[in-house]
Write a protein that binds this ligand. Sequence first.
Ligand code: ADP
Ligand code: MG
Length: 708
Amino acid sequence: MSARPLASPAPAPAAPRAPGSGESQVQRALKKLGLARDIDFALYLPLRYEDETRIAQLAHVRDGEHAQVEGTIVDSEVVFRPRRQLIATLDDGSDTCQLRFFNFYPSQQKQLAPGSRVRARGEVRGGFVGRTMLHPVIKAAGTALPLALTPVYATTAGLAQPVLRRAVQAGLARTPLEELIPAELLPHNAWTLRAALEFLHHPTPDVALAALEDRSHPAWQRLKADELLAQQLSQLEARRAREAQRAPVLRAGTGDGSLHARLLAALPFSPTGAQARADREIAADLAHRQPMHRLLQGDVGSGKTLVAALAAARCIDAGFQCALMAPTEILASQHFGKLVGWLDPLLAAQGRRVAWLTGSQKKRERDAMAAAVESGEAALVVGTHAVISEKVRFQRLALAIVDEQHRFGVAQRLALRGKASEGGDGMQALEPHLLMMSATPIPRTLAMSYYADLDVSTLDELPPGRTPVVTKLLAEHRRDEVIARIHGQIQQGRQVYWVCPLIEESEAVDLRNATATRDELADALGETVRVGLLHSRMPTAEKQAVMADFSAGTLQVLVSTTVIEVGVDVPNASLMVIEHSERFGLSQLHQLRGRVGRGAAASACVLLYAPGDSGRVGQAAKARLTAMVETADGFEIARRDLDIRGPGEFLGARQSGAPLLRFADLGTDQRLLEWARDLAPQLLDRHADQAHRHVDRWLGTRAEFLKA
Ligand code: ADP
Ligand code: MG
């Protein structure tokens, strides 16, 4: 442990310059904290505060309390028990207290010489040698006391607290902080932004600290309102920018001869009410000149693929092409299999078909597919991101469907948007309609906040005839019981998934590897049971062969890594075993569980967990596993996942591209969020200039990113 500075902090020395960089160490450190513009400093709020506004009487300070005391050093010595240390005794007239320092400078020793009067601040601890302050901050006695609490900011290496404090103070003083929101539009009795920020950096000592901590103080309320408003404004702008764009108008009839009608007639089931509603919502969007920007969200098994197929059919009926892109080859090929089965027989009459495009295809095959896309023979193209490769030119792309959209980056989404205009011939300057699909429902507040520029269709109803999956938690050492269960399922003609978290033995992490697990299971289950293995490092062809064997029922048990997480659809599988389930994320567990319970058979999910060295699983892991046992509702799971992880991780930085909220908390600030949502259009319409400045103040250069 290093000693705290003994003397009151001297003015910062001129910061050392890195050779040739022209940027000081301090500037670099500030940049690292995201502090560049004056407003960035003003919005950089303290982590906590220290109270240097009063001098306490030692006799009134309780053990364990932080206090500032002032008095005379009556004794000072360097002792060696057990380590070299400086012990000075301070007497403030009411009581005495030892000040102890390991590692100290001679200057400090001098400052604490008997007879000097000093001010010491730190935690007062009781002890059998008397009361002690370990490494207190020492200042000269008698200097004026500050009137406000002292802010403590989060800092980084090479940036001392006092230097940062002064930089923040200077930025705050320089920023104009003029009011950009007309007073009549602010919540009743709102503080001004200037007053709120001044207060939060330097609160008066009489403030109720709890109101600062839970951010319910009016100063915090004002700040959070502004932040939420900036977020709403920037998304509203993004929405309006999009609405200024043009997409092909898809307004085909759904009469008997249409592909849409023939698809519905050919299905062995009828759409659920939720699917029909989503289909209508999409149809309404497609009929507009503005590109659709819609998220189709629905729990695992809710039947998103059919909604996608119906949308594709509408697009094809209108004389255009549709593309469906999925993040992994397995997922894409599952979609392809379904869509080919549904649509190819119907398209054949028109001499058209569903094409398949992926990076792992043989060049000849891929070229042939690309040619079919370019000629328009391919009415629908399904594949991985190969679909948006430069070499693929669409004849008339009007609708792009993206599954698990959060797995694609901003660049890929932009590339997709450029794919329509390639068609030339009336397609110039047009953008495709965009339908995104996600099996991780987004809780309402999150959608309102981060996806305000998105329209959402929700499949809140599962197709009939599903039996709920029973979820069981089992400690790792009860594997034998699981093996018995697997036998039971196989005897009934059912199939089983066994999911492992890693593919290869790693010394660092003691996880069973999938290969070993496969062998072990094959041993335990005996020769009559066929156990397959699927992991991400296998060549694509091999993966597809294994999946095909499992789909066909040739394999009864499939050991895999999380490659089966999304989309895999084998209705005969009725048991899912997840090893080391404590290591998986909640949404991921829910996705995995969604692989079973897809048919009419009663299904189960066994979560095997391995307690840590402490004999227990961690807090967060426990919360995840408990949620899995308690609910199978994807929306409830998503809500709890958000609770456990917070919005940052829940959304994933890539998914949103949107800057995360720093101050507002969607859990507690829903009313402010609603206020911001209602105000944003008024402000943008009536005070556009102020609205832009407000967004710039809060988001700066990051605002541009949002429009992607
Ligand atoms: P997800 O929303 O998880 O992508 P899928 O689209 O894979 O779900 O659908 C899950 C299963 O339900 C598939 O086998 C699909 O064919 C079937 N399905 C979809 N819609 C219905 C429906 N309306 N009635 C009966 N089964 C349906
Ligand atoms: Mg799916």
